[in-house]
Design a protein around this ligand. Structure first.
Ligand code: ADP
Length: 645
């Protein structure tokens, strides 16, 4: 009896082990089955679990994994259960649980045996492993799929070749399209067999780079297509292993068109008659040969330099605002400005700019034309127009100024001729005086015109000699006194004025002119004061009157050619506006200055300076001994040349 009991106990234990083993075996076979998703595997495994337990008919099972639930049809929540955690990569990701939905007819203290608990742990561990494997497989499949999609759909030619001999293993559609070889014509053949390398040297270079660096990055290579056409590719390659064989996966970007446009642009830029530049942050990043020619700087000297450093300071704002305006309006707005080239020469240029992208950043492309010649001609045209206007003005003034004295001469001489017998001697004398005055006026007018044209042609020469200036002023003043009528001519000269090396005739002309003006533009009975004093290394001469004065805004204008104060033109005071212009020319030729000071209503003072020592000393040194012996100090190198203004 005891023996019988032991036997049935052993059979029971054996049955249990068989059940467990079967369960584990079944799980293993499901795990190993191909093409079954993780979901399907778990659904199958959960159904098998109750069979491994002592009372399968009342056992129910459930597996939960990451929120998903798999359970037997009879599953119900119960307290009579055991469970184990499913760990995936060290983290609890779910549980497996077995429970009895009814109380089993057992006498044992524990509902589940130790072996059953161990089985649960083994199953949980198995499920964890299955999940890990499956996830890894899925990730691999996913990345393989991504890779093959990218390979197939790449717009650039991609190939896989064997590293050993360059045999094509796989090519994508872009490669087929670019090379013209079909997939069948390509796979299994080598790059050399397809005559793909235009320069076999390139192949050796690539092999060398691969050996040294293990990969190739953006090497520019020329390839040949099936039809013999040559295209330029930017070639990159990496080593990979396929089925244990070392291979290369490579991609080449067709940059043929890009290269062609680059070459065209470069040719255009190099041969362009326009100066072309590119700036980024106002600094030059590119210049073409014509730009270098205009500026006189080399490419090396220009790169990195601020464009504005080449622009004449007065024009910097023009350049800035033109650029800003163009960029704002998106419309090229030409502007003209001056460039100071390397040798300090001014070059006029006309420029337009536009925004571009250069080496991945925003930039400004400028092109400029050298218009120096055009500007010169424009200036000449303006000068010519001014000159012709001046000539016609001069003609009108001259005719007007000639008419008055000429009519006087004609009138009085006709009178004398026609009525000489009836005219008294006093009357005849008066007429002759008027004729004489008018003739003097005409002579002065013609002299002024001649002096002006000689000065402007550079033909007026100074004949200097050391001169006692006090004596000269006194003499000029005395003679003016005779002409002056009711004006009082006064001189105020410092004692011991130095001798000056001047052209006496010309300085006398200056003094006469200024005194005559003082008389002409001040009322009868007033004083004209001529003073002279030493002022440092200069002699300062002033001619002061008590006339109407000169408005402040006219004080400099009166020295311009043919300039007369507007309100006085209507008055009957004769003149052509040449007197002060000539005075200025003569004083400046002597190395002096001339200017006017005035208080309107009170009078004017015209002042001029003449250098004292230096000129005399310098000139004296140059004189020959014979010239000194003769005491005739003629200086002829001081040519007066006035430019037309
Ligand atoms: P003009 O032949 O007209 O006198 P000038 O060149 O000598 O020519 O003088 C230019 C102008 O300057 C005169 O027309 C006159 O309006 C003004 N001017 C010259 N000197 C004086 C002066 N002393 N007082 C007031 N105005 C003067």
């Amino acid at each position: 009896m005891k023996n019988g009991l032991r036997k049935s106990g052993m059979k029971h234990a054996l049955d249990k082990s068989v059940k467990e083993l079967r369960c584990l075996y079944d799980i293993a076979s499901i795990t190993g089955a191909p093409d079954i998703s993780l979901h399907e595997r778990f659904a199958k495994i959960v159904k098998m679990l109750p069979r491994a337990f002592q009372y399968p008919e009342i056992a129910s099972a459930r597996i939960t994994l990451n929120g998903e639930e798999f359970k037997t049809e009879n599953y119900r929540k119960t307290d009579q259960k055991i469970s184990a955690d499913i760990m995936v990569q060290g983290t609890k990701s779910g549980t497996v649980e077995i429970g009895y939905i009814k109380t089993p007819p057992t006498t044992d203290k524990d509902l589940f045996s130790k072996e059953e608990r161990l089985l649960m742990d083994a199953v949980a561990e198995r499920l964890g492993t299955i999940t890990e494997h499956r996830r890894a497989e899925e990730a691999l499949e996913e990345s393989e799929e991504k890779f093959s999609k990218a390979f197939r759909a790449s717009p650039n030619a991609m190939v896989i070749t064997s590293q050993k001999d360059g045999r094509f293993i796989e090519v994508n559609d872009s490669h087929i399209h670019v090379t013209g070889f079909t997939r069948e014509e390509t796979i299994g053949r080598t790059t050399t067999e397809l005559n793909a390398w235009v320069n076999p040297k390139d192949r050796r270079r690539i092999v060398k780079i691969l050996e040294e660096k293990g990969h190739v990055d953006n090497e520019e290579i020329q390839f040949r297509t099936k039809s013999g056409k040559i295209y330029t590719g930017l070639f990159s390659a990496e080593k990979i292993n396929i089925g244990g064989e070392p291979c290369l996966i490579s991609v080449s970007i067709d940059i043929t068109e890009q290269k062609q446009s680059q070459e065209i642009l470069q040719t255009v830029s190099h041969s362009s008659p326009l100066g072309i530049y590119i700036t980024q942050d106002d600094r030059l990043q590119y210049t073409n040969p014509q730009f270098q020619k205009i500026t006189g700087y080399t490419q090396k000297e220009l790169l990195g330099r601020e464009l504005l450093s080449l622009v004449a300071i007065e024009d910097s704002d023009v350049v800035r605002s033109c650029t800003a305006f163009t960029l704002q309006e998106d419309n090229p707005y030409p502007c003209e400005y001056r460039i100071l080239n390397k040798t300090g020469q001014i070059k006029w240029v006309m420029q337009t700019v536009c925004p571009i992208h250069y080496e991945g950043r925003e930039a400004i492309l400028g092109n400029l034309m050298d218009i120096t010649e055009r500007k010169y001609l424009e200036r000449k045209v303006i000068e010519y127009e001014e000159l012709s206007k001046m000539k016609s003005d001069l003609l009108a003034t001259v005719s007007h100024e000639l008419r008055t004295p000429l009519s006087t001469i004609k009138g009085y001489s006709t009178m004398i001729l026609d009525y000489s017998s009836r005219l008294g001697s006093d009357e005849t004398m008066d007429y002759l005086k008027s004729i004489d005055n008018s003739a003097d006026r005409l002579t002065k007018l013609v002299d002024n015109l001649l002096d002006t044209s000689r000065m402007e042609a550079g033909l007026l020469k100074l004949e200097r000699s050391p001169t006692n200036i006090s004596q000269l002023i006194q003499k000029v003043a005395a003679e003016a006194g005779i002409r002056a009528g009711d004006h009082k001519i006064i001189t105020k000269l410092n004692d011991k004025l130095p001798r000056l090396n001047i052209d006496v005739k010309r300085i006398r002309q200056v003094l006469d002119n200024l005194i005559d003006n003082a008389i002409k533009y001040s009322p009868q009975g007033t004083e004209v004061l001529i003073s002279a004093k030493k002022n440092g290394r200069e002699l300062l001469v002033s001619i002061n009157d008590q006339g109407a004065g000169i408005p402040a805004e006219e004080l400099t204008g009166i020295f311009d050619r043919m300039y007369r104060i507007e309100q006085r033109l209507s008055s009957d005071v004769d003149g052509m506006g040449l007197g002060l212009y000539i005075c200025q020319g003569l004083v400046e030729a002597h190395g002096g200055r001339i200017w006017a000071e005035s208080t309107v209503g009170q009078g004017s003072t015209i002042q001029f300076t003449l250098p004292i020592t230096s000129t005399v000393k310098r000139k004296m040194k140059r004189l020959t001994k014979s010239a000194r012996r003769k005491n005739s100090l003629v200086v002829e190198d001081n040519i007066i040349h006035r430019k037309v203004r």
